[in-house]
Every structure is written in C-alpha cells, then in structure tokens.
Write a protein that binds this ligand. Structure first.
Ligand code: DAT
Length: 174
C-alpha cells in the first residue's frame, strides 16, 4: 500500500499532551488530527459507558472498521491512549509522549477524574505502560519517546516531528 503522507500514532498516558501536540501539528503540517476518543463517541464504537471509571468501553473491532478507509489514505495523526490495536501496515511512526509524575498529577487533577482513575493513570506513566506497549507492537526503529513536560519541549517535539515528516516525504515521494 502506498501513502503520499504518513500516518503517525501519538500516544501516551492521558494528560501527557497528545491533543495539544496533535492540534499544533494539524495547524503546521498537512496532517489531520484523528481523535480516536471522538470517533468512539460519535460513531458509537463502544459497549457503553463505565460510570465509575468515567470512560467508554471501547469496541476495538468496530473502531478499526470505522477508521480503516480514511487511515489507509495516509496523512493522519492518530491520537489515543493505546496503540497496540492499529495494524502495523497502517503506521509509519509511533510517538510516545511522557511527563513526570508531579506535572501529570497537576494536569490530571484539573480534570476532576475519580481518584481511582487518576491513580491508575499515574501508575501507568510510572510503570512505562505505553512505551512498552509501543515497543511490543511496532518495529523498534519507528517508536520515539518524547518528553512533554513544558512548552519548550512541546515546541521541540513538534519541530522534530515536522522534520521527520519532511524526510519521510523525500524518502517516499521522490
Ligand atoms: P492528552 O491529550 O494526552 O490527554 P492534553 O493535550 O489534553 O493531553 O494536555 C493536558 C493538559 O496539559 C492541557 O492543559 C495542556 C497541558 N500540556 C500538555 N503538554 C504540555 C506541554 N508539553 N507543555 C505545557 N503544557 C502541556
């Protein structure tokens, strides 16, 4: 399958900055932001809402069916707090965003998450769950781990992904 633009997964524990990075990238590049959370809600790719945990119970097969046609065209920034469900053949780069515990605690506290959800997300970040999931699911050379603690890191990350995109275009479209 040939794509004229690549697909990038932007993953990380909630609060690490996926939406913020994806929005900036969508402004500055031809890539489009695919918020998986919005697809799950808007196209009902779920088996209901978990009130206690305050999140959707995702139906992954339905979700993949819902996005497959558009993702195959290329040019998407796929923003989600999981990455192992997307077929390898769809994906050109996996960016895992990271944040320190204190920074993440502050960001998540503002969201009024239930205590159990807040703690589970902090544990997930401390235990490297997403970077491990990315390394287990994709080739090592397409997985990149980037710190997202402050505005300087955000800017540096976006510039780095923009540079990667330019190189990808040269390598793939002549
Ligand atoms: P996510 O989509 O991963 O849940 P987000 O983009 O909504 O995260 O960011 C959560 C909050 O943290 C939001 O108020 C923006 C802020 N934030 C994220 N990354 C940041 C960074 N590198 N520098 C400054 N603020 C950041």
């Amino acid at each position: 399958m040939t794509r004229t633009l690549p697909n990038i997964i932007l993953t990380g524990t909630p609060g690490t900055g996926k939406t913020t990075h994806a929005s900036l990238l969508a402004e500055r590049t031809p890539l489009r932001h695919l918020s998986v959370n919005d697809v799950v809600k808007d196209k009902s790719c779920h088996e209901g809402y978990d009130d206690e945990y305050q999140s959707w119970i995702v139906d992954e097969d339905k979700l993949l069916d819902a996005i497959e046609e558009q993702v195959r065209e290329g040019g998407w920034i796929i923003d989600w707090h999981a990455c192992d469900l997307f077929p390898k053949s769809w994906i050109d780069l996996v960016v895992v965003l990271r944040a320190g515990t204190e920074v993440l605690y502050d960001r998540l506290s503002k969201r009024n998450y239930p205590e159990a959800k807040l703690q589970e997300n902090l544990d997930s970040e401390i235990m490297d769950v997403l970077i491990q999931e990315a390394r287990d699911s994709y080739d090592e050379e397409i997985v990149v781990e980037l710190q997202s603690g402050d505005a300087d890191e955000l800017e540096a990350n976006v510039e780095r992904i923009e540079a990667w995109l330019e190189q990808w275009k040269k390598d793939n479209n002549n």
